[in-house]
Write a protein that binds this ligand. Structure first.
Ligand SMILES: Cc1ncc(C[n+]2csc(CCOP(=O)(O)OP(=O)(O)O)c2C)c(N)n1
Ligand SMILES: [Mg+2]
Length: 575
């Protein structure tokens, strides 16, 4: 079409946002309607997008974040201004911390009024507030810039180290009109949004030389390795080197947890004993005791253990953040692991037999101990006997997605339930945040089409529990198991004053979470024994009906803070 043959057809801000997202293959929005984005949700649905409406924006945001993790495309969350935006912001910050690509799109109020602080409806300078909490933040004021704004948001979310991006769309933008043809021309289909980053040859050589020198090598697989979808290369690195590996929580299943090279059951032995550690998309943050202290064989919590580290990470500034990194390998995980594989010839010498034997001995002992614990059938049911059932169900349904949050409900599930395939385990991540449960479950079902099993502490469930209505409304194959031990960590605390208020960690005893699911037409089951739990889970999986099982757990069974009791400050003053 020539420029003087301009169409008379008009488009508007609403449609340009929708068209820009669709053009980039972003076909699902997780959000919650209201001024000024109500019509955007309607028009998105009318345009064939999947519009998943939630009951609280934080859950929509968590859904978008985990959709980003699963698909490598930014998950989109859409909210109203001020309070809706703030509700979504926690999820955006959590996504950024976890390196999940997502875009939080929030409508905002009139710039002129907000900036003069004249008291607009839901007045808030959202862009300024979002900026320090995410990877990038943009605002679009004119309809002809929507294409650029969406393109910049996509690139920022997925390139380099992925993260959360905020896109501020003021109310006035949506109603703006422009020539439809010019509008179409203003949109950008982003080319190569997350370019591969090839590691430098000398960095690969350095890493391989260090690895060759190792007597007790260890590979540590992080969530970044799972995100990278370089599953074959990662598996080949482990198997061709013969090096034992440890998966971080969300890297479980990258290789099946039953793999003979998994050292997970000997974690407390391999971390301090290893001499060279290859970090693959794993940061030395608190989850790895910052790479130092007793966990790593250091004398006290500040002392380094003396390991040498090879760190594969897409961010060049990650190295040396906690301890010395002798061989940083900067690039995307797929390219870095492939480059290492290319340098590992057929003459690669497997790790010394005494190292492998020492690990196997500990591992087998611990696995036997665990098997014995799991075989018990105590009354009342405890975490182990309930999770023994979940373990079997996941084994029989390895494609199911597993969502997991809580304290004991998290830690026991992580150690008891084996994962068999990559990116199936979705959990509280870097922050150990409660509230991801139902948002993650919804997105896991929507994005994968698979059954979802959500193992939830009863406290954890409460943060997003209202979304069982969302699960029922969209008829998603989600089976929620609430590990109900009557409280946070356990249900046995007492109020030391003897007053009528219960202790801060205790909930209503004998609560029936299953009734919440029934209220919305789903299946609710109260399970007091492993047999009942197994039957209910099997039915949920085969029927794919929204199901909530209230698993009644011994209220004395948990421990304070689960596995991270040591992080809980205790005063020396015991008064
Ligand atoms: C947003 C947020 N608020 C509070 C916490 C603190 N916290 C950690 S675990 C937990 C709940 C543990 O109880 P539950 O989910 O019932 O698990 P249990 O140990 O009883 O199995 C809480 C409140 C948190 N991690 N995140
Ligand atoms: Mg609990």
């Amino acid at each position: 079409m020539t420029s003087d043959a301009q169409s008379t057809e008009l488009t508007d801000g609403f449609h340009l946002v929708i068209d820009a997202l669709k053009l980039n293959g972003l076909n699902t929005i997780y959000g919650l309607p209201g001024i000024p984005i109500t019509d955007l949700t309607r028009k998105a649905q009318a345009a064939g997008m999947r519009m998943i409406s939630f009951r609280h924006e934080q859950n929509a945001g968590n859904a978008a974040a985990i959709a980003g993790f699963i698909t490598q495309k930014p998950g989109v969350c859409l909210t109203v201004s001020a309070p809706g935006f703030l509700n979504g912001l926690t999820a955006l910050a959590n996504a950024t911390t976890n390196c999940f690509p997502m875009i939080l799109i929030s409508g905002s109020s009139e710039r002129e009024i907000v900036d003069l602080q004249q008291g607009d409806y839901e007045e808030m300078d959202q862009l300024a507030i979002a900026k320090p909490l995410c990877k990038a933040a943009f605002r679009v004021l004119n309809a002809e810039d929507i294409g650029i704004g969406v393109a910049r948001a996509i690139r920022s979310a997925v390139s380099g180290r992925p993260g959360g991006v905020y896109l501020d769309l003021p109310a006035k933008l949506f109603a703006q009109t422009m020539d439809a043809e010019a509008g179409r021309n203003s949109l950008i289909k982003v080319v190569d949004a997350a370019p591969r980053q090839i590691p430098a040859g000398d960095a690969v050589e350095r890493a391989l030389a260090l690895l060759r020198s190792a007597k007790r090598p260890l590979i540590l697989l992080g969530k970044g390795a799972a995100y990278a979808q370089a599953d074959e290369a990662v598996r080949a690195l482990v198997e061709r080197t013969g090096i034992p590996y440890l998966p971080m929580s969300m890297a479980k299943g990258l290789l099946p947890d039953t793999h003979e090279q998994s050292a997970a059951a000997a974690r407390s032995y391999v971390l301090p004993e290893a001499d060279v550690v290859v970090l693959v998309g794993a940061r030395l943050n608190w989850l790895l005791s910052q790479g130092k202290g007793k966990t790593w064989g250091g004398k006290d919590h500040k002392t380094w253990g003396g390991q040498k580290f090879i760190q594969i990470d897409i961010s060049p500034t990650e190295a040396d953040s906690n301890v010395r990194i002798d061989a940083p390998l900067v690039g995307d995980i797929g390219s870095c692991v492939s480059a290492m594989l290319a340098g590992i010839g057929a003459d690669w010498v497997k790790p010394p037999a005494d190292w492998l034997a020492a690990i196997a001995e500990r591992k087998n002992k611990n696995l036997a101990k665990m098997a014995e614990t799991l075989s018990r059938d105590p009354v009342p049911m405890n975490f182990h006997s309930a999770l023994n059932v979940v373990r079997d169900i996941v084994k029989a349904n390895p494609d199911a997605m597993l969502v997991n949050e809580g304290a004991n409900a998290l830690d026991f599930t992580r150690s008891i339930v084996d994962m068999y395939k990559p990116r199936k385990r979705l959990d509280v991540g870097t922050w150990g945040i409660m509230g991801i449960g139902m948002g993650f479950a919804v997105a896991a079902a929507v994005e994968s089409g698979q059954n979802v099993i959500a193992i939830e502490g009863d406290s954890a469930f409460g943060f997003s529990g209202m979304e069982v209505e969302t699960i029922c409304r969209y008829d998603l194959p989600v089976c929620v198991v609430v590990m109900n031990n009557n409280g946070v960590y356990k249900g046995t605390d007492v109020n030391p004053t003897g007053g009528p208020d219960v202790a801060p960690t205790v909930f209503v005893k004998g609560a029936r979470y299953d009734k919440i699911m029934e209220a919305f037409g789903g299946v609710g089951v109260n399970a007091t024994t492993p047999v009942e739990l197994r039957k209910a889970m099997e039915e949920a999986i085969s029927s794919r009906r929204p199901t909530l099982i209230n698993a009644v757990i011994d209220e004395t069974a948990g421990t304070e803070s689960g596995r991270i009791t040591s992080l809980n400050p205790q005063s020396a003053n015991k008064k």
